[in-house]
Design a protein around this ligand. Structure first.
Ligand SMILES: Nc1ncnc2c1ncn2[C@@H]1O[C@H](COP(=O)(O)OP(=O)(O)OP(=O)(O)O)[C@@H](O)[C@H]1O
Length: 337
């Protein structure tokens, strides 16, 4: 649905040229929820704003539904943009207009008749759960309700893509969750492709199918969220993951162990316990559990165990190889003192 090819965005400032996006290529499939994570300044906003050409790329191309947006003239681009909805961190509602008129505004801009506007706005208000708020003004709404209006407005013209620019960053955790659930429902119901940028890994963990991690304008890691949580490659990715899932044991505790410390991850959670008990029965090693948890990522369990293995070196190696052969990911944290 979205093909980004060798996209670069540079800005000319009085201090020289700044690169916001550095030669990024990404392919986002129809109906996917794709998350782009990074700290402030990583280039997320520059990238998402290039997807609907709010920013014109310095080089490279952006294809949405097969159309290269960088090649369209003004009128063609205006039409193509109707198929790309966007929601924002600070909602960007028109304060002098009611909820109804904020949503109707997007339809009027697209030339929809008054009769069709009425039907469509009612439909959208139902979808986002705000039917009873149609005549109130934005100032009378909570942050979560404002974002629901933003979502209804973004969906007004039946877009194929919804871009979310830090859409939950101004909301408390419970409201964040309710907005993320709404986005997921909309994604299921309409098969709309959603691209969201965020600095919060819990947002990605909650709803994204795939993700990219950005740093200094580059995508440094990309893949299925579940796989990235199971086996992050880059230091920054590990840092983001540890902000939502703590696999860490305090260093002073780790230094007190004399055996080999291993972190064992099992895709599929509980099954892992069976592999560990088989391993303890079949090899001349003793296991001492320091930490065990099952995390749910996209409703799929990921089992994590941190344990000390004691025994002679070859038995420990055999035990680790055995767990790996049973599809565990084993990381040796320390070889003992
Ligand atoms: N209009 C602009 N003019 C000059 N430099 C810019 C402009 N927009 C972004 N940049 C620079 O491009 C880089 C990427 O910024 P960008 O806003 O895309 O990052 P971000 O990951 O979205 O961060 P944040 O969440 O803080 O917005 C930064 O170095 C930023 O200073």
């Amino acid at each position: 649905m979205i093909q980004i090819e060798k996209l670069t965005k540079t800005y000319t400032t009085k201090h020289g040229t700044v690169t916001g996006v550095d030669n990024i290529s990404l392919d986002i499939g129809k109906g996917e929820i794709f998350g782009i994570v990074g700290y402030s300044g990583a280039g997320k906003s520059s990238l998402i704003r290039c997807i609907n050409l709010l920013e014109r790329p310095s080089s490279g191309s952006v294809k949405v539904d097969g159309k290269d947006l960088t090649k369209l003239n003004g009128e063609q681009l205006r039409k193509a943009r109707l198929k790309i909805g966007m929601i924002f961190q600070h909602f960007h509602l028109i304060s002098q207009k009611t909820v109804y008129d904020n949503i109707a505004f997007a339809l009027r801009a697209a030339g929809t008749s008054n009769k069709d506007i009425k039907t469509r706005v009612e439909e959208l208000l139902e979808m986002v759960g705000l039917a009873d708020k149609r005549n109130v003004y934005p100032a009378q709404l909570s942050g979560g309700q404002k974002q629901r209006v933003g979502i209804a407005r973004a969906l007004a013209n039946n877009p194929a893509v919804l871009l979310c620019d830090e859409a939950t960053s101004a909301l408390d955790p419970n409201t964040t969750l309710s907005i993320l659930r709404l986005l997921k429902d909309i994604n299921h119901q309409l098969n709309i492709t959603i691209v969201l940028i965020t600095h919060e890994m819990n947002v990605v963990k909650e709803i994204c199918d795939r993700m990219a991690i950005m740093q200094s304008g580059l995508v440094i890691e990309e893949g299925y969220v579940y796989n990235i949580f199971a086996a992050p490659q880059k230091k920054l990715t590990k840092e983001f993951i540890s902000s939502v899932v703590s696999f860490n044991v305090p260093t002073q505790i780790l230094s007190g162990f004399t055996g080999t410390l291993v972190k064992v991850l099992f895709k599929g959670g509980v099954a892992g316990e069976g592999v560990i008990s088989d391993m303890l029965q079949n090899f001349e090693v003793k296991g001492n559990f320091l930490h065990g948890a099952i995390e749910y990522i996209q409703e799929q369990p990921l089992g994590i165990f941190i344990m000390e293995l004691k025994g002679n070196k070859s038995a420990v190696t055999d035990a680790i190889n055995y767990m790996e052969s049973r599809l565990a990911i084993v990381e040796v944290m320390s070889n003992g003192n």
